[in-house]
Design a protein around this ligand. Structure first.
Ligand SMILES: [Fe+2]
Ligand SMILES: [Fe+2]
Length: 332
């Protein structure tokens, strides 16, 4: 159920929009995400979003991971296995979206979209570097450089086919198409629908919401929490950009763009659920202390189902703001 607290947009903007990295431990993730829902009412312009990105830029080097590291050393192998899986999905995903956005910047139909997209590219690189630092200081690795680390943590095709399809097949192919056909606006709309609305909006933001809410309920609001909360604030800008971009296209020429967005959603919808399938279907990835502390009374299945519902309802609200209404239920 969507809950937006009864405080003004100005106050939210001041508390969340203006929060420095060091204050991220006092933020609730649902307040950060409420910026997306509030933004849907009165969509910001591309340059509004550009200015926000400049104002909200942060550096992973300013984070202190010493508490995270202390905790890590005492975690059970079971807890480490669970966390490593979920963070590999994010780390690899951030690196992939960073690596695949440049063709969209090149294909931007105007200078204002280009200005925003360039800030997004810098954001995605920042999120990748955030994980690189975290891995080196907390999880541990012998990788000599970022390339080796990405190779080490990358999700392999057999581990999650839907993930592999999004990040290693669909997005690279579409990015390549945009690079060679920068004036193809249908391809641009299709790319933004899947990259921004499905992958970032439905998949990343849902995972971030549950991971960070769980961490806060557990009292783990240290370096990782601060950095990943700042990353969520960045992602919420990316999603608002996408809604604005697709809505502008739909208003301009609904007959041309509605079917493109519609079919991109239909194609990717069943894959959202599939990316949330743990390795080997092993539901203990959704369980353990995390569940006991943060979601008492939940089973792993219930948590996963709630996450799928959360992802779909968020996607539905954003599509509605774009000007598209479609049923998002998927046959099992
Ligand atoms: Fe990101
Ligand atoms: Fe993003």
């Amino acid at each position: 159920m969507l809950q937006v607290r009864q405080i003004s947009d100005d106050l939210i903007e001041q508390q969340i929009g203006g929060a420095p990295l060091g204050a991220m431990d006092s933020l609730y993730i649902d307040d950060v995400l409420s910026i997306v829902d509030r933004g849907l009412e009165n969509l910001p312009s591309y340059l509004d979003l550009y200015r926000k990105a400049v104002k909200q830029a942060w550096s992973p080097d300013e984070l202190d991971f010493s508490r995270d590291k202390q905790e890590w050393e005492f975690l059970s192998p079971e807890a480490k296995r669970r966390r490593i899986w979920s963070m590999r999905m994010f780390f690899d995903g951030e690196e992939r979206v960073a690596g695949l956005l440049a063709p969209f910047v090149w294909a931007a139909p105007d200078k204002e979209v280009e200005a925003f997209a360039a800030t997004q590219l810098a954001d995605e690189v920042r999120h990748t570097i955030f994980f690189d630092r975290y891995w080196r200081e907390v999880v541990g690795t012998s990788a000599a450089n970022l390339d080796e680390l990405v190779e080490e943590i990358g999700i392999k095709p057999h581990e999650n086919e839907a993930y592999d399809y999004f990040f290693y097949k669909w997005l690279p192919a579409q990015a390549q198409w945009l690079a060679s056909h920068p004036t193809d606006l249908e391809a641009s709309a299709k790319f933004v629908t899947v990259y921004h609305l499905v992958v970032e909006g439905a998949m990343f933001l849902t995972g971030m919401r549950y991971q960070l809410e769980g961490a806060r309920r557990w009292g783990r609001t240290w370096g990782y929490y601060k950095g990943f909360t700042a990353a969520t604030r960045d992602e919420s800008r990316h999603v608002l950009f996408a809604v604005r971009y697709l809505r502008d296209m739909v208003r301009q020429d609904p007959a041309r763009f509605v079917p493109v967005i519609h079919s991109a959603i239909e194609e990717s919808l069943p894959l959202i659920e599939k990316t949330m399938t743990p390795p080997g279907g092993e539901m203990s990835y959704y369980g353990g202390k995390h569940l006991e502390v943060a979601w008492p009374g939940y089973t792993p299945e219930r948590l996963r189902n709630e996450m799928i519902e959360y992802a779909k309802s968020a996607l539905g609200r954003r599509l509605h703001a774009v000007g598209i209404q479609m049923p998002l239920s998927t046959p099992n």
